[in-house]
Ligand binder design. Structure first.
Ligand SMILES: *Cc1c(COP(=O)(O)O)cnc(C)c1O
Length: 372
């Protein structure tokens, strides 16, 4: 976008596709012989699956995951035919034919999903691809141990289904010391032993960092691709992907003792200069960041003061040189030095939620990953 086309926007979201592709390559490099998929659900964690997925395809990625069938229908035409697009939620009753029509592969999570997929395979007299998910401790999606037993003991139950992978999902992979990681691994291995020869997929982003035992044939990273730290409490090896800048709408001077914003939750202790910035909770900059968030200008931290409003927030710019920030200028709300994890910590949430909340009002600038 040219500077002119940015002028109608109150804020800019820069998305570095080169950094994103580097992140995918570095995760793949950790996997040895295993393959690396990309999870692009929720519009690629808010960053735009229409741009993110084709860029990752050009980097070499051939396996993609979305959550909803509808996300798959929208994304499928943007990926070449040799890319496989899996739908994590599987086919809800009656939607099976949509998967065939749009060349999507369901993750089968329940016995009814397995039965319906098989029934369609019989009807069409064709072997149909699917992933089978087993629950190893999340209690969210996937066959329970006894349901899985029933299926493997009743081999015709899978007849007509081309099992691409058996998969499961980790509960606490970002905390390597938690015993539940090994417990889930043991349950997963036990399940795999019942279906010899089938390929397997267990690790999300953080799971890749749990070591070789967790890699299997296909890893499914999402968050780490987008720059979120994969291991709690450790330096982040991923490249930052986003930069979020808000436009200054107005600056003002206030006297010591002046209260600021909705509810007057902050009062100036000194003569203060303020900048009102065109980003608010409607843009995913949550109200929990009231009096806690931080903006930056030339590396100088600018504390957010008062409550975050729907469309604006207010920062204290007293520490900046006079005249440095004027109406129309930009302040950083997320940048490589203050990324989604830092914001999340201040907001009392996780980087995933910050990313997926970003909202629709930003001018989005995609950098790098030029068409090959
Ligand atoms: C969202 C999701 C992933 C990706 O997880 P990250 O922690 O973002 O890497 C992988 N597998 C399943 C089943 C998921 O739901």
């Amino acid at each position: 976008m040219s500077p002119d086309s940015l002028s109608p926007y109150g804020a800019l979201l820069g998305i570095d596709l080169d950094a994103l592709c580097d992140n995918w390559r570095s995760l793949k490099a950790r996997l040895g012989s295993g393959d690396c998929a990309a999870v692009v659900k929720a519009d690629a964690y808010g960053l735009g699956s229409a741009q993110v997925a084709p860029a990752l395809y050009r980097a070499g990625c051939r396996h993609f995951f979305v959550a909803h069938l509808n996300e798959g229908i929208v994304l499928r035409p943007l990926l070449p035919a040799d890319a496989t697009l899996y739908v994590l939620h599987g086919a809800h009753p009656g939607s099976e034919r949509e998967f065939v029509r749009h060349d999507l592969v369901p993750v089968l999570n329940s016995l009814p999903q397995v039965q319906a997929w098989q029934a369609l395979a019989c009807q069409r007299d064709k072997v149909m691809p699917a992933i089978l998910q087993v629950d190893t401790g999340m209690a969210r999606l996937g066959l329970a141990a006894d349901e899985f037993e029933r299926i493997v003991n009743d081999r015709p139950a899978l007849l007509g289904i081309d099992l691409k992978f058996v998969m499961s999902h980790l509960v606490s992979a970002e905390e390597p010391d938690k015993p539940v990681n090994r417990e889930q691994l043991a349950r997963f291995r036990a399940a795999l032993a019942r279906l010899p020869g089938v390929r397997a997929s267990l690790a999300n982003s953080s799971g890749i960092f749990l070591g070789k035992d967790f890699h299997f044939d296909l890893a499914r990273p999402g968050a780490a691709l987008y720059g979120v730290a994969p291991v709690a409490g450790q330096a982040n090896p991923m490249r930052p992907v986003i930069r979020l800048q808000g436009r200054v709408l107005q600056t003002r001077r206030i006297e010591a003792g002046t209260a600021v914003g909705y509810g007057h939750t902050w009062t100036a202790r000194r003569p203060t200069r303020l900048a009102t910035v065109a980003v608010g909770y409607a843009d995913g900059y949550g109200r929990r960041l009231s009096n806690r968030g931080q903006a930056f200008c030339d590396g100088t931290p600018l504390p957010l003061v008062g409550n975050v409003s729907m469309d604006t927030l207010i920062v204290d710019i007293t520490d900046l040189p006079e005249g440095r920030l004027a109406e129309g200028g930009l302040v950083d709300l997320a940048n490589p030095l203050h990324g989604v994890d830092a914001i999340a910590e201040r907001a009392g949430t996780i980087g995933y939620e910050i990313l997926t909340s970003l909202g629709r009002r930003y001018a989005r600038q995609y950098l790098g990953a030029a068409e090959a």
